[in-house]
Write a protein that binds this ligand. Structure first.
Ligand SMILES: Cc1cc2nc3c(=O)[nH]c(=O)nc-3n(C[C@H](O)[C@H](O)[C@H](O)COP(=O)(O)OP(=O)(O)OC[C@H]3O[C@@H](n4cnc5c(N)ncnc54)[C@H](O)[C@@H]3O)c2cc1C
Length: 455
């Protein structure tokens, strides 16, 4: 019997496990994957460290968490200047978007349309019913038509008016012309980020090493397949048939998986069907040249292209470990289970990516590479999803000494720095006797609801 079992070894699970171990608790972290890190983990392709889609650590991370990461990573955690581009209406603009760029790099007629739309939005009453209404009343319909609506269709596979206002509130940081202007003229303008020399996965690798050094147990390749309350707390059943017991369970695995383990009543089971997630194909292309382009990432809202983003890991860091004569691109293709590429053959995916890249005028990347497929990447908030989420969350919340948090644990869109903060706050709600202080946790949950994702 340990004091605490943590489910999932992504950033939230690892950081909470580390802080609990620091406090002297006996901790066991159970992870289904063969490596730690979850969505934020790294991998190696053709001798180069790469990420699971473009990942950056945003400078808005809380100071105490940054101090912890800095002490684990030292000089390897580099401050970098963003150098991304977005393709809008056939033109290339800097990304994150800046009003100056919108004025100077788009066709005059497009800029005039955006400006008219933004001015009209300033006089409209905000309407947060749907994704479409938030964008239209905040930034103007022309901005939606040019960028936010096609991007939403590609990322979440749904029409902007089918998506709930939550999707916009949690995903669009600058949702009014004034906020866009403020962001563009702020000191950093959202243009710097933190990134480890050996790839984003170096963060979770360092956390995993620290967890083990602190004496916690990290069990990899161990899916949790059962969870039952008993007189002493919780019995956690693992895929290999073994049980582990603890008075307290902190869960960061997907909320729907957790709820199903707890044997939900019909009403909750029905609500669980309403928690849909988008999957993603990651195509890694190995390009036989030193750099593909000088940019770190290219963003593609246009619907005739199959991908939403292409990142070049080498340009996220300054590292003499990267092979000099080749570079690896990571191409993100969000899909649903019905998409022909999801069930398609890898060569077909790589060839499709190559063909689409060439139509943009970017250098031909060839089609040599590997393909990975990830489930449960982006939560989809349709109108009504919040009600299903409330039903599930309320029911799971009735179990004592069980907390659910993290990006998938709360069915949220959150960044890594948000999920690390959730891990820290979950541990802050654990009393010295190893129980949950419900009041402290309720207050933290309210603060998580204010998180807005940074791209
Ligand atoms: C394409 C993409 C780009 C992103 N870019 C950024 C970015 O630039 N900056 C940023 O800050 N964030 C970014 N994020 C978000 C970031 O990846 C997440 O915020 C972070 O990984 C969430 O951490 P977590 O610990 O909450 O969850 P996860 O990383 O999802 O970890 C959950 C863990 O639980 C495990 N698990 C699931 N089921 C079970 C089970 N039954 N038993 C045991 N273990 C289980 C999983 O294997 C996983 O390891 C991006 C995400 C994506 C998908």
């Amino acid at each position: 019997m340990t004091d605490v079992v943590v489910l999932g070894a992504g950033p939230a699970g690892l950081y909470s496990g580390l802080l609990l171990a620091h406090r002297g608790f006996e901790v066991s972290i159970i992870e289904s994957g063969e490596t730690p890190g979850g969505l934020a983990s790294g991998l190696e392709i053709a001798g180069q460290r790469v990420d699971r889609g473009s990942h950056r650590l945003h400078p808005s991370i809380d100071d105490d968490i940054l101090d912890d990461l800095s002490s684990l990573l030292g000089d390897d955690l580099q401050v970098r200047h963003r150098n991304g581009r977005i393709r809008l209406g056939g033109s290339w603009l800097r990304f994150p978007l800046s009003p100056t760029d919108l004025v100077t790099n788009l066709a005059v007629s497009t800029t005039a349309r955006l400006a008219r739309g933004a001015l009209a939005a300033l006089t409209r009453r905000p309407d947060d019913t749907t994704y479409e209404s938030v964008v239209t009343t905040g930034l103007g319909r022309p901005m939606g038509d040019l960028f936010y609506f096609p991007y939403a269709r590609k990322i979440w596979g749904a029409e902007p008016d089918e998506l709930s206002g939550t999707q916009a509130r949690r995903r669009i940081a600058a949702d009014s012309p004034l906020k866009l202007l403020r962001k563009a003229t702020s000191r950093s303008g959202g243009r710097s980020f933190l990134y480890p020399r050996r790839g984003f996965g170096q963060i979770t690798d360092a956390l995993a090493d620290a967890v083990v050094d602190e004496g916690a147990t990290l069990r990899l390749g161990s899916p949790v397949v059962g969870l039952k309350p008993d007189d002493e707390g919780w019995v956690v059943r693992l895929g290999n048939g073994q049980n582990t017991k603890a008075p307290l369970v902190l869960s960061t695995i997907p909320l729907a998986v957790l709820a199903r383990l707890l044997d939900p009543p019909d009403e909750v089971a029905a609500a669980l069907d309403g928690l849909e997630s988008r999957a993603m194909i990651l195509a890694y292309l190995v390009v036989p040249r030193e750099r593909w382009t000088p940019y770190d990432a290219h963003y593609f809202p246009e619907e005739d292209l199959v991908f939403t983003r292409i990142s070049e890991s080498k340009n996220y860091r300054d590292s003499d470990e990267d092979p000099p004569a080749q570079t690896v691109l990571c191409v993100e293709i969000p899909v649903g289970p019905e998409h022909p590429l999801w069930v398609g053959d890898n060569q077909e995916i790589l060839q499709r990516v190559r063909n689409d890249v060439v139509t943009t005028g970017l250098p031909d990347p060839g089609h040599f590479g590997v393909v990975h497929k990830l489930r449960n990447v982006y939560p989809i908030y349709r109108v009504g999803t919040e009600q299903n989420l409330k039903t599930v969350d309320r029911w799971v919340g009735q179990f004592s000494n069980l907390l659910t948090f993290g990006r998938q644990g709360l069915f949220a869109h959150d960044n890594t720095h948000h999920t690390l903060a959730m891990g820290r706050d979950a541990v802050a709600s654990v009393t010295s006797s190893g129980r949950i202080d419900d009041g402290v946790w309720a207050q933290s949950r309210r603060s998580f609801a204010t998180h807005v994702v940074e791209d």
